[in-house]
Design a protein around this ligand. Structure first.
Ligand SMILES: *Cc1c(COP(=O)(O)O)cnc(C)c1O
Length: 404
C-alpha cells in the first residue's frame, strides 16, 4: 500500500493533530530523570500546568491515558462502598461509572428524561438529589465537562452552586479530558475538587499523559480514603514533585512536548484559543444545518466548541459513511459510541486547527455525504466559509493569525 499524499486529517475528537512544533520538541534525547536538567523540566511543566487548569493548587501528572486519571481521582479520595453521584451525559460518563463500580464504589447514575445523551448535566436535579441525602452518604459528585461522545458541555459552575445550595459536603470531580486547552476551565474559581484531564485532545500532545488537579479538600480526603492506591497515589507523587521529580520514571519526552504545548497556548492566549474553538464549532454547525442534518446537542448554550456530533438520517449508518470518507479523502471522523453507535458521527475541531483545516474537514464531510448517497442539501461548506470570512472581516487584521 502506498502512503497517501498529503497529511492525514485526524478529525476525531482526540487524539488530535499534533503540531510540528510539539513533535520537534519531543524528538530530543531522553535525559536522566533524576538529574538537574530534568528537574528544571519537571518544575516548569508542573508550574505551567497550573496556569492551564487555572489553579494555585497541585496538579499531579501520570504517564497514562485519561482513564488512569479517572481511576486516580476515585482511589485517592474514596473508600469501598462509598456512594457517588455520577451524571449520565453519554458514553464517557458511562465509562467513568464502570470504573467506580469495579473499584467497589456505589455509583448512582443520574439522568433527567430520556434525552440525557443530548443535554448537559442538570444542576437542579443534582441539587434535589443532594438535598434528599440528609445523612450525607454521597461522597462525590462526578460530571463530564465536555462529553466527547455527544458534543455537549455541562455548566460546572452551576453544578458547584447546586452542591453549595444543597449544603452538601460531597467532593466535586470533573472530567475535562477533552475540554482542557480548548474550552474555558477554572479549577479554583469553580470550586472543583478533582479535575481529570489528558494530553491528547486540547493539549495537542500524543496520548500518554493524564492529570489530576487537586483541591485542598480533596487532598484532605486522601487521609481517610481506604481504596488501595500505589501507582496512582497522590501522596507518593507530591513529595518528589515539590522538587520537580517523580516517584517512578516519568514520560520525559512527552514532558518536552507538554512544555511546548503550554508555551503555545499562552503565546496565542488562552482566551483566543477558546474563541478560535467557538468560531470553528459555530462554522461547523452552520454547515451541518445547511446540509439539513441534525446536531446531537439539543441546547444551544451547551454546544461543544471541541466537536460536533451529527445524527445520521434514518436508515443510514455512520460507520459506512466514515469508511467512505476515510477511503476517499484520508480523513478520520469520530464514531458513534455506546447508545449512539451507528447513529451519530463526530467531527473533531480541536487543538492545532485553523480556518482552512476546518474548511478542508467540512469539504471532506460534504463530499463523503455525496459519495455515500446520504440525503442532504448542498451548500454547507460555502455557508461555513461565509461565516468565517465575515468573522475575519469584522475583526482587526492579525486577530486570528499571527506569526512570530
Ligand atoms: C478521551 C476521553 C476519555 C478517555 O481518555 P483515554 O485517554 O482514552 O483513557 C475520558 N473522558 C473523556 C471526556 C474523553 O474525551
Amino acid at each position: 500500500m502506498p502512503t497517501p499524499a498529503g497529511r492525514h486529517f485526524l478529525q476525531i475528537p482526540g487524539p488530535s493533530n499534533v503540531p510540528d512544533r510539539i513533535l520537534r520538541a519531543i524528538d530530543r534525547p531522553t535525559i536522566d530523570h533524576r538529574g538537574p536538567e530534568f528537574q528544571r523540566l519537571g518544575l516548569d511543566v508542573l508550574a505551567g500546568l497550573k496556569t492551564v487548569f487555572r489553579t494555585q493548587h497541585p496538579v499531579v501528572m501520570f504517564p497514562a491515558s485519561g482513564t488512569g486519571a479517572w481511576e486516580a481521582a476515585l482511589v485517592n479520595t474514596l473508600s469501598p462502598g462509598d456512594r457517588v453521584l455520577m451524571y449520565e451525559t453519554g458514553q464517557f460518563a458511562t465509562l467513568w461509572k464502570g470504573i467506580a463500580e469495579r473499584l467497589g464504589l456505589v455509583p448512582e447514575f443520574l439522568a433527567v428524561g430520556d434525552d440525557s445523551w443530548r443535554r448537559g448535566a442538570d444542576a437542579a436535579a443534582i441539587e434535589a438529589r443532594l438535598a434528599a441525602d440528609r445523612g450525607h452518604e454521597i461522597r462525590a459528585v462526578c460530571v463530564v465537562h465536555n462529553e466527547t461522545s455527544t458534543g455537549v458541555t455541562s455548566d460546572i459552575a452551576a453544578v458547584r452552586k447546586a452542591i453549595d445550595r444543597a449544603g452538601h459536603p460531597a467532593l466535586l470531580m470533573v472530567d475535562t479530558i477533552s475540554g482542557l486547552g480548548s474550552i474555558d476551565y477554572r479549577h479554583d474559581e469553580w470550586g472543583v475538587d478533582v479535575t481529570v484531564a489528558g494530553s491528547q485532545k486540547g493539549m495537542m500532545l500524543p496520548p500518554g499523559l493524564s492529570f489530576n488537579a487537586v483541591s485542598p479538600k480533596a487532598l484532605e480526603a486522601t487521609k481517610s480514603s481506604k481504596l488501595p492506591k500505589s501507582f496512582w497515589s497522590w501522596q507518593e507523587m507530591l513529595g518528589p514533585n515539590r522538587n520537580g521529580f517523580f516517584p517512578y520514571t516519568p514520560s520525559t519526552n512527552l514532558m518536552y512536548g507538554l512544555r511546548e504545548a503550554i508555551a503555545m497556548l499562552h503565546e496565542e492566549g488562552l482566551d483566543n484559543v477558546f474563541a478560535r474553538h467557538r468560531r470553528h464549532a459555530e462554522a461547523t454547525r452552520i454547515a451541518v444545518r445547511t446540509w439539513g442534518m441534525e446536531i446531537q446537542c439539543l441546547n444551544e448554550a451547551e454546544y461543544s466548541p471541541v466537536l460536533t456530533a451529527v445524527r445520521m438520517p434514518d436508515g443510514h449508518d455512520e460507520a459506512a459513511f466514515r469508511k467512505v470518507v476515510l477511503e476517499h479523502f484520508d480523513m478520520s471522523l469520530g464514531s458513534g459510541l455506546g447508545k449512539v453507535a451507528g447513529k451519530v458521527f463526530r467531527i473533531g475541531h480541536l487543538g492545532d486547527f485553523n480556518d482552512l483545516t476546518l474548511v478542508g474537514t467540512l469539504a471532506g464531510v460534504g463530499m463523503g455525504l455525496e459519495i455515500a448517497g446520504i440525503p442532504h442539501a448542498k451548500g454547507g461548506v460555502t455557508a461555513a466559509m461565509h461565516y468565517l470570512a465575515a468573522a475575519h472581516k469584522a475583526a482587526p487584521a492579525g486577530t486570528f493569525v499571527t506569526r512570530s
